[in-house]
Design a protein around this ligand. Structure first.
Ligand code: HPA
Length: 274
């Protein structure tokens, strides 16, 4: 990512995204975490596919299953951007680089954003394949996308209120269309190592029910820009120490593939709410 002011960079990227998509505005966005890309196919054939390498400020993802592109799909009257190409702190990126895709789609007009991810489950009742809606998070990355440059005046305040980070009314709407959906608190860690059983015990004591290496910074950046945020986790494995099974990234990817249909069905119900 360049030294340019991160907000100005996102505005430039948004302009290029809209030009390449051939639309004047994005209405909502879904950031696709591990496994969710396959599910998002259910949202229909994209009207445009923009490689993130063609947009200012985007760094290339290094994680298999995270190729860098933004897909434009129409849902009803709305332009929905599907962001595939999340980058993480553990790839050596700054917090600003991690949230740049989210800032870009919000600068392009999106007023709500769904952050999806793969997560380890801390609750023995929420095993692999469970889908959990985030009620809140604990940011354990020791950083913030609001560190550094003072946000320009037309953005939210640097000391942004996160008391309704995962928007209550959006969660209520999701519960109306998917009454059985579970809710939980996501602990966001830096990784890339998985946690120790002692760390998982600590996270559970803190009130977390999920653990993962993404989402929290993007949620903060999106709220800061006034967006309604929804978080959805696919539990891909029991977190360390919950069972005797060893943890393995291939297992995370395989659980995503196995859940493709249920993720697709959920996204089809959630997309019209955005
Ligand atoms: N820990 C952290 N991140 C994860 C996990 C986990 O167990 N599973 C998927 N992402």
């Amino acid at each position: 990512m360049s030294d340019e002011n991160p907000y100005a960079l996102a505005e430039r990227a948004a302009k290029s995204l809209l030009e390449q998509c051939g639309v004047s505005k994005i209405d909502a966005a879904i950031v696709l975490g591990s496994g969710w890309r396959e599910g998002a196919v259910a949202l229909g054939t994209p009207e445009a596919v923009v490689k993130t390498s063609s947009l200012p400020g985007f760094v290339a993802p290094t994680v298999p299953g995270h190729d860098g592109s933004i897909l434009l799909v129409r849902v009803g009257e709305k332009n929905l951007a599907l962001v595939s190409g999340r980058v993480h702190l553990y790839e050596g990126n700054s917090a600003h680089a991690v949230v740049h895709p989210v800032r870009t789609v919000l600068c392009a007009g999106a007023s709500s954003v769904v952050l999806t991810n793969a997560a380890g489950g801390l609750d023995s009742l929420l095993g692999p394949g469970s889908i959990v809606m985030l009620r809140d998070h604990v940011n354990l990355t020791a950083t913030s996308p609001l560190e550094g440059a003072v946000p320009p005046e037309n953005y939210g305040p640097r000391f942004v209120d996160l008391s309704n980070l995962y928007d209550d009314s959006l969660r209520e709407s999701v519960k109306r269309v998917v009454p059985t959906i579970s809710e939980g608190v996501y602990a966001g860690v830096r990784g890339p190592h998985y946690e120790t059983p002692a760390e998982i015990k600590m996270l559970r004591t803190m009130g977390a029910s999920l653990v993962g290496m993404s989402t929290v910074l993007e949620a903060i950046a999106a709220r800061h820009m006034g967006a309604n945020v929804l978080g959805l986790s696919l539990v891909t494995n029991f977190a360390a120490g919950v069972t005797d099974e060893p943890l393995d990234h291939q297992e995370v990817l395989a659980a995503g593939k196995a859940a493709q249909r249920s993720l697709g069905a959920l996204l089809q119900r959630v997309a019209p709410l955005l």
